[in-house]
Design a protein around this ligand. Structure first.
Ligand code: FRU
Length: 490
């Protein structure tokens, strides 16, 4: 393919696989990520989408329904899954876990008050025959007060929260909930007394279900599985704004006796150290649009050092884990590669992760959305999807105009620029996400509920929005269908 005039060529990526234990980390380079802006229409006017429709989530209307009837804010959400990401109903109920927070809080204050809650609904009903809000019943919180704070040696935290993860369900109704256990140590004025402490944790419980609904038992103990090591994964001591969270477990058919985990991390090292390399930039020799490494680092791009971590379980109970080197880094590209997941299709390994417009490094731009990479194994020279860019499904966004904020959209920005986040790719290419903000500067509505499910067709190194799905591409709100069923004794 020819480079877009004015833009570099993307880096050559072979998709070649390496042993999962190998010290090889693929790079989402600046040359790759600049392909996102390269496909943005420079002539798109105010409030128009500048990005290709094939990679743009259809616009969500502002009159969206609220799935919890005003009970809680809802954001990151995950189903009950097995080792291959199949989604299960239990005794005829579909079940999801979500980060939730009290509606008395502002939606942007949610992160330090997040708790894991759950919802259930009858399985097997087509989306167009369900209530408009998806038909979920809110079941309450998964943990009793105090349980998730127990793993922290320093009990003087100001806020103790539960962040995202994933839930494995077993045929006997056992649930292994992998999540991020977080303690904040803040002064009354909101500044940090010491850096926050985020750990990847496991709690085990059981699901129960009868004709009246779904409930859980157990979940009264938490096991501390992984803390950032400072060698591959940046610690709070190295960077008080470090990211270390969002565990997702799976099996690789090539290593059927092992269980792996991907998670969000940052490349280790002191915040602000000038540690990007020419390989992170990824330009081909002689590319006239290449950047100079020192100049890039001078822009402050060294503060954007995301990676996607890999860990492997040491036992069948999945209670002991150790780190492997990261499978992807985005040094000098973006600071957050969140909620990573591995999606297998046609012998290929797709790595999906969410990223914000606001976390890209200086000189890189792209919409809020889900980004994807394809390789021949879980550790590969991952090729960014779609013209080498990595963009899989972004919000309708105009990259010619400022980003704005969910609480204060830019006057010229598309009303959908913050319509969805925390996309999770489900079997069959269905994608669920939560609504953050919909609307323009003087007329916007905050979400805090799940958006309409959409479908992407995944093929080779490409994806495309399926506009035949639902109504012009928008499926049911909060539609998270099970593709498998189990029956347990109550
Ligand atoms: C994504 C995210 C996750 C984190 C959670 C905290 O929306 O940032 O990475 O677990 O939200 O609220």
């Amino acid at each position: 393919a020819q480079a877009v005039p004015g833009y570099p060529d993307p880096t050559v990526h072979s998709q070649r696989t390496h042993n999962p234990n190998a010290n090889y980390t693929s790079r989402w380079t600046r040359a790759d990520a600049r392909q996102i802006k390269a496909m943005s229409d420079p002539n798109a006017g105010p409030r128009e989408n500048s990005m290709p429709p094939a990679y743009t989530m259809p616009t969500v209307p502002q009159d969206f329904p609220d799935m919890s009837n005003g009970e809680v804010w809802v954001w990151d959400t995950w189903p009950l899954t097995d080792e291959r990401s199949n989604q299960y109903s239990v005794n005829g109920w579909e079940v999801i876990m979500s980060l939730v927070a009290d509606r008395g809080l502002g939606f942007d204050d949610r992160h330090v008050f997040a708790k894991i809650g759950y919802f259930y609904r009858p399985a097997g009903i087509p989306a167009d025959q369900r209530p408009r809000d998806g038909g979920w019943t809110y079941g309450g919180l998964v943990f009793d007060e105090g349980v998730t704070g127990q793993i922290f040696d320093d009990q003087s935290y100001s806020h103790q929260t539960q962040w995202s993860g994933s839930a494995r369900v077993f045929p006997d109704g056992q649930i292994k909930l992998f999540f991020t256990d977080v303690a904040f140590y803040r002064n009354p004025d909101g500044t940090d007394r010491k850096p926050y402490d985020a750990r990847i944790a496991l709690s085990q419980g059981r699901i129960h279900a009868d004709q009246d609904g779904v409930w859980f038992t157990g979940f009264n103990r938490v096991r501390d599985l992984l803390q950032a090591d400072g060698q591959w994964y940046q610690t709070g001591a190295q960077n008080p704004f470090y990211n270390f969270r969002d565990p997702f477990t799976f099996q690789d058919p090539r290593y059927p006796n092992k269980t792996f985990m991907v998670f969000e991390g940052n490349s280790a090292g002191q915040r602000g150290s000038r540690s990007c390399t020419n390989q992170d930039l990824g330009y081909r020799p002689g590319d006239p649009h290449a950047e100079d490494l020192e100049t890039v680092m001078d822009t402050g791009a060294i503060l954007q050092m995301a990676n996607i971590g890999l860990a492997v379980a040491d036992n069948r109970q999945l209670t002991k884990w150790h780190f492997l080197p990261p499978i992807l880094s985005a040094n000098c590209v973006t600071d957050q590669t969140e909620r990573p997941q591995i999606y297998l299709q046609g012998g290929k390994y797709y790595l999906f992760t969410i990223s914000h417009r606001g976390t890209f490094a200086s000189g890189i731009d792209g919409p809020e959305g889900v980004y994807g990479f394809v390789g021949n194994g879980i550790r590969s020279d991952y090729q960014p999807l779609n013209r080498g860019s990595g963009l899989a499904l972004g919000n309708p966004t105009n990259l010619n105009y400022a980003a704005g904020n969910p609480f204060d959209p830019d006057f010229n920005q598309h009303p959908g620029a913050f319509q969805a986040y925390s996309h999770y790719v489900m079997p069959g290419g269905l994608v669920q996400s939560f609504i953050d903000t919909i609307g323009t500067k003087n007329n916007f509505r905050r979400g805090g509920t799940l958006g309409p499910t959409v479908k992407i067709n995944i093929r080779g190194a490409t994806t495309a929005v399926d506009y035949n799905y639902g109504a012009n591409g928008l499926g049911g709100y909060a539609d998270i269908p099970a593709n498998r069923a189990i029956t347990i004794s109550r």
